[in-house]
Write a protein that binds this ligand. Structure first.
Ligand SMILES: Nc1nc2c(ncn2[C@@H]2O[C@H](COP(=O)(O)OP(=O)(O)OP(=O)(O)O)[C@@H](O)[C@H]2O)c(=O)[nH]1
Ligand SMILES: [Mg+2]
Length: 341
């Protein structure tokens, strides 16, 4: 699908630009062009009127089928932009959800995604159904209102049903966690998406979970044992500016991090220094957000096989490894056992 990206020229511009492109590619879209606009205009279209026209022309001349905004949009903005462009408009939130959907294998992951999508789309559906009913049935009055309300009612019912199911799943996960706690200690692998968490889990425990050079390969957490007393859990990766609704939808998965005895915060040593710092900050902020900031942390510097070795100065204490080539893993295991002793 041919797409264009639109973004406001704000902080972390180059990194955000590279990241949204990667996300778009992971989502299966072909990015033809990126439009940027100096930050400033907000309101109806997020971007200025002139930019809207420029993009509109480009869409028509190049058969673009989709517009992706790097910035988050309100439902009203999505509707206004779709009206102008005549093609679907999505923002980073929708894009991440699409990727999640593509990668979701388990029932829980699917339900979590559906919940996030429904909650997100509610105001959009309300506005667009309302608009359509008024257009299709002018003078329909209260019957039109009825259609809108019954649509919304059935959506709310579905939301409630998913929340109930997820609660059961929550409880199951919790009792599994408790059983594990009785048997030994738990370690959580956390880090930015694509840093190599699953590759490390595979290496440390001998399991064979899917690890790929794509964002958000892992959605469902997986636990495997390091030895008879230590369990390691791999989970969903972090990303900058993750909407809180998405964190909320994945709360069951993220809750596992909160109950860990130790966190391995995995970092990518091959990132540029500024990107390294930012991702570290995103991880630390996310840990605070989910209430896991008082758990002891070991910083794990991964991908040293392709790094320039300059990131070490940025951390006081760390273990250097290459999960892919099995370098430094014995030292890491020793550190884990020491920390948990
Ligand atoms: N060069 C190099 N590549 C690595 C290393 N560890 C992991 N990778 C690669 O990095 C990519 C991502 O690895 P994953 O293990 O899937 O990363 P993840 O953190 O689980 O990613 P998500 O689940 O998608 O958030 C894969 O292509 C791995 O082969 C390493 O030590 N060196
Ligand atoms: Mg993974």
């Amino acid at each position: 699908m041919k797409a264009v990206i639109v973004m406001l020229k704000e902080g972390e511009f180059e990194e955000r630009k590279a990241e949204i492109k990667r996300l778009a590619n992971t989502g299966g879209y072909e990015v033809i062009k990126t439009f940027t606009q100096n930050a400033g205009p907000r309101g109806k279209y997020l971007i200025g009127r002139g930019k809207v026209d420029e993009i509109k022309n480009f869409i028509n001349e190049n058969n673009i089928e989709l517009v992706i905004f790097e910035n988050y949009l309100t439902s009203r903005q999505v509707l206004s932009l779709e009206e102008e462009f005549g093609v679907p408009v999505m923002d980073k939130f929708d894009l991440i959800l699409n990727i999640f959907e593509k990668h979701a294998a388990s029932k829980e992951a699917k339900l979590q995604i559906e919940l996030a999508r429904l909650k997100r789309k509610l105001p959009y559906i309300k506005m667009s159904v309302g608009r359509r009913v008024r257009e299709d049935h002018p003078g329909f009055g209260s019957s039109g209102e009825y259609i809108v309300h019954s649509t919304l009612r059935s959506l709310h019912r579905r939301i409630k049903k998913i929340e109930d199911e997820l609660e059961k799943f929550d409880a199951r996960l919790e009792s599994q966690g408790k059983r594990r706690k009785k048997k030994g200690k738990t370690v959580s692998l956390v880090g930015y998406t694509n840093v190599g968490k699953t590759t490390l889990l595979n290496r440390l425990t001998g399991v064979d979970k899917k690890a790929e050079d794509e964002l958000f390969t892992t959605l469902k957490s997986k636990t495997a044992s390091l030895n008879s007393k230590i369990f390691i859990t791999d989970t969903i990766g972090f990303i900058r500016n993750i909407p809180h609704e998405l964190i909320y939808a994945f709360r069951a998965t993220l809750k596992e991090i909160k109950t860990a005895d130790l966190i391995l915060l995995v970092l990518d040593a091959s990132d540029s220094e500024s990107e390294f710092r930012r991702k570290l900050k995103v991880c630390e902020d996310t840990l605070i957000k989910i209430g896991a900031d008082s758990i002891p942390v070991i910083h794990v510097l991964n991908k040293i096989d392709i790094s320039d070795g300059e990131k070490e100065g940025l951390l006081n204490d760390y273990v250097k490894i290459s999960a892919k080539y099995g370098v430094g893993l014995d030292r890491l295991k020793e550190r884990i056992i020491e920390e948990l002793a």
